[in-house]
Write a protein that binds this ligand. Structure first.
Ligand SMILES: [Mg+2]
Length: 885
């Protein structure tokens, strides 16, 4: 503080050696430089943050949320991101499921919205229908109306076999609270087709079937878990018939069907393949009639297993398995987890910008892979998609080493040359499971994992815990020295968001924990491209240009003192007037560089998005590095040499019009100062790429203020008031009328600027950057006024087709819908939740999701001691709860 004060209000110090040094430092304005640098930094960063907050193109009108920069210190790092780690559900997808297609008894009802197909009107047929439900296939509604028994049974199953809670505040105003959005979608579909789930008690389920209220006795809920991949209910209808209804993954359900279903299974499998190929999440539905004796016998065994104190879960699973046999297939459903708007386009653009995107999800492998295809991370023309799903260290190591062909697998610490990478990238993708990841993240295998993962264009980690998400980010930070960004929407992404250099929170359906932990937040994934390619790129560019210019102007300013030191014996005498030193960084040159740091652009925002390759200089840190720093310092020193020695050479021999010599200290000081302000102002005019009215005002205003203030400081009036403070009385007035002085200033300016101009022209001509080419193309386009055309073959982004569909013929994948956790069946049949209905459910869910820290701890423990035989281990439902919710 003392130094700063002294820089502003110089008072004489005692002349020992130390104080001379301090005086020299302070008086030559070097300390003032640091203060200005820091304050300029803060103002520019604040400006950039406000640009993000004010960006109307990052405003979501549906949820009335604007983008928010919750920090000011990371803006320029947004322009250097190399790795993005993204959550899936709620980040890439909307986490809103809709019932899309179905197959009932071998008949596919899958007419989608095309021309001529209007949305079905359910309200006329069913007053309890949900008005928000959309469906387009009239055939299905017709068959329900005509009394097709299969369709009725299909929707009866959907209305009975679930753990949804209902709330009916007013008659007919039904609200469903579903544990997973896909289950909610199925019950809502049944509701609209006339099978309305109304209410439940621990022992009954009441359904309004085509206008007729029916109460079923709920005998048992065979709950869902990740190994069973299905859930069932056993109900008794009012007539006394006992029936088991089951829904679950086709692969597991088909094994448990009665042999008479074979033909139907073939047809349904075809339909399922079609749905999975469209990226939809599928479930198969089946039922089984039970005789009273069968039920009694099973129920007794179930009771015993339920009471068991050891291995209760395994026993229950056994019992469930026993009754879920010889079922009759009803059909299959297909649910769409809609991608958020613009996700495939955003991912395509970000990949073109050479940003690697990793998806880390708690979801199942099939679902994750399907979403990967839908959002174009994985494509049909990829050479290979490696799937690592081993349960032991050995199998994971083997799978990893056999995945990428050996010559391609690179040691992680050697930075691979860009040509090697080019020849590899774009061919492979890696899908790794949570339990394999636990092994891959161990110290002896992480190098291998990183090298394999980094040659893949896309990496999907599924079934990962929040802690593993953070560990993967940490791994890349450790091995790659790259700027990482993590984006997520839920509490399970908080650890990852905090670990990455930059955390982005999506304010979606899952509360605000992610937003609170993040550095930037907005409501749609697609805004990420704007945040990185427009705001991030500009911030980086502006900051680099600011730094280069700031160092240049200060070296040009202070090095003059160094040259003067040879003539004044390195005493504390300064070249310039003391007030010039104080005001140089604060008034004469501060605002133009601030305006450049805040407003500058090289290419307009549309071009930034059209040519994602423009993002690369940031990743490679080309705009401000040791080389650039050296160049701007050299330029500053060169300028200082010119500014000192040209006036020195001329004025030492020059004379005024009256014949008196010009070689006095004060004339020299005024000439050098004027030349300095003019040279640095011309330089900023050259550096500014984007002129606004503010830039003009600041540049001209700064030059104007220099002359005004200098003439005032050197005036008679101020001297007569403070004779001790203003020593340069009349210097400016007498110096600036000399033609020789002006010639000197012009000559110094030309000598300083012409080499810079020549260098820039040569660089533009011989080694143009992409931004130069884009700017040139833009200029030519504006001149010829041609309509925007495609150029820069392969670089510019073409229109990525709209929509969710990953049309990828020939691939079979089962996208199976159940984002669920175990335990709800038990909760319902125990009756504990009934008193508080939905409130209890909400509490239960939040208790599960808020206990993620416990889960983290548990997982960490299990990661340090991984189970040697993973397949035999049954995962506790709680450990996956976080991932699911
Ligand atoms: Mg999420």
């Amino acid at each position: 503080t003392v130094c700063v004060l002294y820089a502003f209000f110089p008072i004489p110090l005692k002349q020992d050696r130390g104080s001379v040094c301090l005086t020299y430092l302070c008086r030559s304005g070097k300390l003032c430089v640091c203060v200005c640098l820091v304050s300029h930094f803060c103002v520019i960063r604040l400006g950039h943050s406000y640009f993000i907050n004010w960006d109307r193109k990052m405003f979501c009108p549906q949820c009335n949320t604007a983008a928010e920069a919750r920090t000011t210190t990371l803006n320029e790092e947004l322009g250097q991101v190399e790795y993005i780690f993204s959550d899936k559900t709620g980040t890439l997808t909307q986490n809103i499921m809709s019932f899309s297609k179905c197959s009932i008894n071998g008949h596919a009802y899958d007419v989608l919205m095309v021309l001529g197909n209007s949305e079905l009107d359910f309200t006329s047929f069913n007053p309890l229908a949900d008005p928000d439900f959309c469906y387009y296939d009239n055939g299905l509604l017709k068959s329900v109306k005509l009394g097709d028994l299969h369709s009725h049974e299909f929707f009866r199953l959907l209305s009975l076999c679930h753990t949804v809670m209902s709330e009916e505040k007013k008659e007919g105003e039904l609200m469903y609270k579903a544990q997973s959005p896909d289950e909610g979608a199925l019950v809502t579909a049944a509701r609209n087709f006339g099978f309305v789930f109304r209410s439940r008690t621990p022992g009954t389920v009441t359904v309004t079937e085509l206008g007729r209220p029916v109460t079923y006795t709920l005998l048992a809920i065979l709950d869902f878990n990740n190994i069973r991949k299905r859930m069932s209910v056993i109900v008794r209808n009012p007539e006394g018939r006992i029936r088991l209804y089951c829904k679950g993954a086709d692969t597991l359900l088909f094994e448990r069907l009665h042999s008479s279903n074979n033909h139907l299974v073939n047809i349904t499998t075809d339909h399922l393949n079609e749905y999975a190929g469209d990226g939809l999440r599928t479930l198969a539905l089946a039922y089984r009639d039970l005789s009273e004796e069968q039920w009694e016998e099973w129920s007794e065994r179930h009771r015993q297993a339920d009471r068991a104190t050891d291995c209760r879960e395994d026993r229950l699973a056994d019992i469930y398995e026993h009754i879920e046999q010889d079922m009759m297939l009803l059909g299959a459903t297909a649910i769409e987890d809609k991608l958020q708007e613009g996700v495939p386009e955003t991912i395509a653009i970000l990949s073109l910008a050479n940003i690697k995107i990793w998806v880390l999800t708690g979801d199942k492998q099939e679902t994750a892979v399907n979403i990967g295809y839908s959002c174009k991370m994985l494509t049909g023309d990829m050479t290979e998609v490696f799937i690592i799903s081993g349960n032991t260290v050995l199998s994971v190591r083997e799978e990893l080493s056999s995945s990428v062909p050996l010559p391609l697998a690179l040691p992680p610490l050697d930075p691979p040359s860009s040509t090697t990478l080019d020849s590899i990238s774009g061919e492979f993708a890696l899908v790794i499971n949570g339990h394999s990841l636990a092994h891959a993240l161990e110290a002896d295998m992480e190098g291998e994992f990183v090298s394999t993962a980094c040659v893949c264009r896309a990496v999907i980690c599924c079934r990962v815990t929040p802690l593993q998400k953070a560990l993967v980010v940490e791994l890349i930070k450790k091995h790659k020295k790259a700027v990482t960004l993590a984006i997520g929407d839920g509490a399970n992404d908080v650890s990852m968001i905090k670990t990455a250099h930059i955390g982005v929170g999506i304010s979606g359906q899952e509360g605000i924990q992610a937003v609170l932990a993040s550095d930037y937040s907005f409501s749609q994934f697609r805004f990420l491209q704007r945040l990185l390619l427009v705001h991030g790129r500009w911030s980086y560019l502006r900051m680099c240009r600011f730094l280069c210019y700031f160092f240049y102007k200060n070296f040009a300013f202070t090095m003059v003192h160094f040259w003067f030191g040879f003539f004044c014996g390195f005493s504390a005498q300064t070249v310039y007037d003391q007030y010039f030193i104080t005001l140089y960084n604060i008034v004469y040159t501060s605002l133009p560089v601030l305006a450049m740091g805040i407003f500058d652009q090289d290419v307009p925002e549309q071009r930034s998005l059209e040519y994602p390759k423009l993002y690369e200089p940031g990743q490679l840190n080309l705009l401000f590095n040791k080389r650039e720093f050296f160049i701007c310092i050299t330029q500053g020193i060169y300028t200082s040499v010119v500014l000192f020695f040209v006036p020195y050479a001329i004025l030492s021999h020059g004379t005024q019009g009256t014949g008196e010599p010009l070689a006095d200290y004060q004339t020299f000081a005024v000439t050098t100062a004027t030349a300095l302000v003019i040279v640095v102002s011309v330089q900023i005019a050259l550096d500014t790429g984007y002129w606004t009215a503010i830039n003009h005002f600041f540049v001209w205003g700064s030059v104007g203020s220099f002359f005004t203030i200098m003439l005032a400081m050197h005036s008679q009036t101020l001297f007569s008031i403070f004779p001790n403070q203003f020593h340069f009385i009349g210097s400016a007035q007498s110096t600036l009328v000399q033609p020789l002085v002006w010639l000197t200033i012009v000559l110094a300016t030309v000598i300083c600027i012409v080499p810079v101009l020549a260098f820039r022209f040569l660089k533009l001509d011989l080694k143009p950057q992409l931004s130069d080419t884009v700017r040139y193309t833009q200029l030519v386009r504006q001149k010829t006024r041609k309509p925007a055309g495609r150029c820069m073959g392969g670089v510019r982004v073409g229109g990525v087709p709209e929509g969710r569909l990953g049309a990828r013929g020939g691939f079979r994948r089962s996208g199976y819908a159940f984002a669920h956790q175990e335990g709800f069946g038990e909760l319902i049949t125990s009756g504990k939740n009934m008193r508080l209905s939905s409130l209890a459910l909400a509490n239960f869910a939040s208790r599960h999701s808020s206990s993620w820290i416990d889960t983290l701890r548990k997982k960490k423990h299990s990661n340090t001691h991984p189970p040697q035989n993973g397949s035999g281990q049954k995962p506790r439902s709680n450990s996956t709860a976080v991932v699911q919710t």
